[in-house]
Write a protein that binds this ligand. Structure first.
Ligand code: URA
Length: 192
């Protein structure tokens, strides 16, 4: 079974599998798959939605405008991309026209995200936006209602916040996202 096989892969085999994946339609429209980036032993792991145009071109998550905002958000709580931070996406291939990934696409890609989390073993997960939060929690949620709470994903603390692309369109919510990151930092400091 595919998911069981993916659950046994090491980093190199996992990334090779992601690059070769044709499990859903997103595999046929991508320039390249975008597995993830950062410190593979990070305590912080961030999960976005899916690669956009720039990410599809460069092969790295969050390198476009939303990524610059994400880097600033990380900086605001004393973190830097790649230093104790690993960044992945819910789907590894760019959805056409940056549409929201469909449930079947998220389901097909979930074993990869699950394996990444298992390999990184972070102390905290931050879901950026609704698709990531729903993929990790396995149920429907609204970010506005779920933020400020500590969830758990297989025993790992999970905090949800707004997606940086949403914040670019809705800058009035940036302060709330910053509160969410401070909440996550407090959970980390308390060892939760
Ligand atoms: N948005 C995401 O969710 N992920 C990226 O990698 C880029 C933009």
């Amino acid at each position: 079974m595919r998911a069981r096989r993916i659950a046994t892969l090491d980093w190199d085999a996992l990334e090779a599998d992601i690059h070769a994946c044709r499990q859903c339609v997103l595999g046929s429209g991508r320039t390249q798959a975008v597995p993830g980036v950062g410190d593979r032993e990070a305590r912080w792991m961030l999960v976005g939605e899916g690669p956009g145009k720039e990410e599809d071109r460069k092969g790295e998550p969050f390198v476009g405008q939303a990524g610059r905002l994400l880097d600033n958000m990380l900086g605001s709580i004393g973190l830097r991309r790649g230093e104790d931070v690993y960044i992945a996406n819910t789907v590894k291939c760019r959805p056409p026209h940056n549409r929201t990934p469909e449930a079947a696409e998220i389901g097909a890609c979930l074993p990869y995200l699950e394996r990444q989390i298992e390999l990184v073993r972070p102390q905290i997960l931050i879901a950026l936006g609704r698709p990531a939060a729903q993929a990790l929690l396995g149920r429907e949620i609204r970010i506005a209602a779920a933020r400020g709470q500590r969830f758990a994903y297989r025993g790992i603390s999970l905090v949800v916040t707004y997606h940086p692309a949403y914040l670019l369109r809705n800058p009035q919510d940036k302060a709330r996202a910053w509160e969410d990151l401070c909440f996550a930092r407090r959970l980390m400091a308390a060892g939760d």
